[in-house]
Each structure stands twice: as C-alpha cells, then as structure tokens.
Design a protein around this ligand. Structure first.
Ligand SMILES: [Zn+2]
Length: 419
C-alpha cells in the first residue's frame, strides 16, 4: 500500500478522555476512532491489524480440529430465559424489541445460542466430540466503558464451545485448547502466563486465564520463578510465598486477561435439555467446555506490552505492515525510482510493505519518521540523499537501531533481517 492513498490520520495531540497508553496510541496513530462511549471505528490500519490477529487465532483453532460457524449477534431472549441468565446477567445485557414486540438481546457471549445450534444437530455419541467456534462482535453494556479497546462496549471475541460424551473427554479438549492458546499467544510474539482462575459468572469447574504481561494490567497475578505455575490473586492469596506446584518462590506481577478457558460440565446443557443418545441408548446431557479470546482487546494488550515514548512497537505477526519504505524527498526522481523498485521487489517476495510516498509540502522527512515511530511498523528503509552513493538506512523500530545498507543485493539483506 501507498501511504499517500491510505486513510491514516495520525495526530500529535493526546485525546481528552484517554489515559491508558494503548488507548492514546491507537487513537493517535490512526488505528481507531471514537464514535460514542465504548464504540470505535476501526480505520484501515486498525482493520488490517485486527484481521491479522483474527487469522492467527483461526489458523491455530482450525489445526486443533475446531469448526468455525457464524451466529447472528441478535439472539432471541427466550434462549437466555431457558438458563435463567436473562435475569442473572443484569444491565450489561442490552435488550430490545422488534416491530412485532418480540424480545431480543445483543449477544455479550453465546453459550445458549451455541447449545441451541448443537442440540438441533447432534443426537448421538457417534457425532462427539465437537468443538464449534465463531469470531464475532459482542456487546456488553458496561456502566463506564473506558480504556479504549481494553474495555469497550462492542468488541471482537473468539468464542468456542466443545461438546463431549464424558468429563474425561472434555478435560482432554480443555488441555488441547490450553496448548492451542499457547501457540496463538506465542505466534503473536507476546510475553504471557497461563494462570489458575476463578470461574466467575460463567460457572463450571476448572478455568484458566491467559494473561498478557504488562505493568498497566488490571489483574494481579502470582507467578512462580522456577516453573510455569501462575494464579490470579482471586484464587491464591498475595501473602502466599511458595509455589504449590514445585515449591519455588512466587512473585507478584500484572497482567491483562486476553483469553479464558472453562470446564463447564452440564450447567448449560441440562437446563436447555441438550442431550444425546449414549452407547447404552440412554439420553445424557452434553458435557461442555468453553474457550474465549478477546481479539480486539488483544490489540490493546499487544501495545500495552510493546511501546515506547515515541509510539507503538507492534510484534512482527501483528503489525499492519512489516516494512515502511520512507522516501525522504518524494519529488526527487532518483529517490522515488529506488523506492518504487524496492517496493515492487519486497512485494514480490510476499512482504507486507508500506511505501511512504507522500510528496506534499507539509509532509517532510521528519513527519514521515515520526509517523513510522508512532504507528510502530517493525522496520523502515529510508531512501534519502545517500542513495546516489549506493546507500540506504535500515531502522529497527524496537530500540530504534539504525544501520547503513548498500543498495547492492538490498532485498536479500533486508529479507535476512526480517527472518
Ligand atoms: Zn513452581
């Protein structure tokens, strides 16, 4: 893509109501735009990034044998009445009527709708196990939406639900999902911990949270210095000093909850009479698990963990572009020709590359560098006056190290640095 043709409204000003770093930076770098309390437009950079994160989540779930479906975000309230959650959920559940006076909700989560889908289609143990998921917009009418994508009212969530004949098989799937989530967070380039969690409002037996480590995190977690054990302070007191798993030392840190997996059992299938015929020809309720990832929230989490005083520092897999080619003087024919050549060559190698070809008077070299740093593209290649001597500058966004590269074999040198 060419910067001159893209809608990227970067700004120096810190928006009034924003206090959290990711909220400020995503607005300032032109990823998102506020449209109302807890509601955001995703601008081109935001949409590209959201799609990249979504794709990684989808690829790993599909590899684990999950089935992607798509449910309407409007759900008849009658389904929520079957489990009693229409009353329990409170005001976060946005309710409304259609023209025929039928009651609906804007889905904040989809256990009921997914159980309804499966009870109509799965009748026998032979069709089990089954893991069904969607990556779809959810709505929660938060009292005080704040922190941008961290706690918006509308958010993109991956919600998966698994159905089993036995508890043992559900536990097997729960472990598989834990491994799958680890792969997703690792691919995204995140430092994270899996922690034992309180099951909270969803109910059920065991649950684990996936915490993106960041000083600004809302959750306090206890982590072991010796093994991978971690626990939310809701389940393990802050006074605890010894790891229950290995006896190592515990220390306290902050995390952002970006994923949560639950062993549900039959808390939804029983009241909704979602049953299958077992081997012994008896009707039994499905044993369930449920697994969520806050996809739009992850964008905020990535930035909370990866930023500096100049702006965002996206990880390679999440970044909207991997390389920014900055033409110092876009009106200079030699510079522009060298940039166009590199742009075409990197594209032909499958690299996501942005060409900052802006040639208007207001957009000098300094503005382009500032935008590169604010947006947080992992690498930049600066094509300036030195190009006539066969040299360009290569910048790594994380740490802002600069080095001079020869224009000979330039693509090969760059590809080596990206690997
Ligand atoms: Zn330990």
């Amino acid at each position: 893509m060419r910067f001159s043709r893209m809608l990227i409204p970067t700004t120096k000003e810190t928006p009034n109501d924003a206090v959290l770093t990711s909220h400020i930076l995503l607005l300032r770098a032109g990823f998102i735009q506020s449209i109302g309390s807890g509601l955001y437009n995703f601008l081109p950079l935001g949409k590209i990034t959201l799609d990249k994160v979504r794709q990684i989540v989808k690829e790993e779930l599909d590899k684990a044998g999950c089935n992607e479906v798509h449910l309407p975000i409007v759900t008849p309230i009658t389904l929520w009445e079957e489990t009693g959650r229409a009353d329990k959920f409170g005001k976060e559940l946005l309710r409304f009527k259609d023209r025929h006076e039928n009651n609906f909700v804007l889905s904040p989560t989809n256990e009921e709708a997914m159980v309804n889908l499966v009870r109509q289609t799965v009748k026998s143990y032979k069709q089990l196990p089954l893991n069904v998921y969607q990556i779809n917009w959810k709505f929660r009418d938060e009292v005080r939406p704040r922190f941008g994508l961290m706690r918006g009212r509308e958010f993109l969530m991956k919600d998966a639900y698994s159905f089993h004949a036995t508890t043992e098989d559900m536990e097997r799937e729960f472990a598989l999902m834990e491994e799958t989530y680890k792969k997703i967070f690792t691919r995204l380039g995140l430092a994270f911990r899996v922690v034992e969690a309180d099951s909270g409002a969803i109910g059920g037996a065991g649950s684990k949270e996936f915490m993106v480590l960041a000083d600004s995190g809302e959750d306090t977690i206890m982590v072991c210095d010796a093994c991978d054990f971690g626990a939310n302070v809701e389940v393990l007191s802050e006074d605890e000093k010894v790891c229950p798993k290995c006896g190592g030392g515990l220390s306290q840190t902050k995390g952002i909850e970006a994923g949560h997996i639950f062993q549900l059992g039959t808390v939804y299938s029983e009241p909704m009479k979602a049953e299958f015929l077992d081997e012994d020809q008896k009707l039994k309720p499905f044993v369930m698990g449920t697994y969520g990832i806050g996809v739009s929230r992850l964008l905020a989490g990535i930035i909370e963990q990866n930023h500096d005083e100049n702006g965002c520092v996206w990880t390679k897999e999440s970044a909207p572009f991997l390389v920014d080619i900055i033409v110092a003087k876009a009106k200079n024919e030699e510079q522009m020709a060298a940039a166009e050549k590199l742009y075409a060559e990197l594209q032909s190698k499958g690299v996501d590359v942005l060409l900052d070809d802006r040639a208007d008077k207001k957009t000098g070299f300094g503005v382009k560098i500032k935008d590169f740093e604010l947006i947080g593209i992992p690498y930049a290649v600066v094509i300036g006056n030195d190009v006539s001597e066969g040299k360009v500058e290569f910048i790594t966004r994380d740490g802002l190290q600069k080095e001079s590269l020869s224009t000979e074999n330039l693509v090969e040198q760059i590809l080596e640095k990206l690997a």
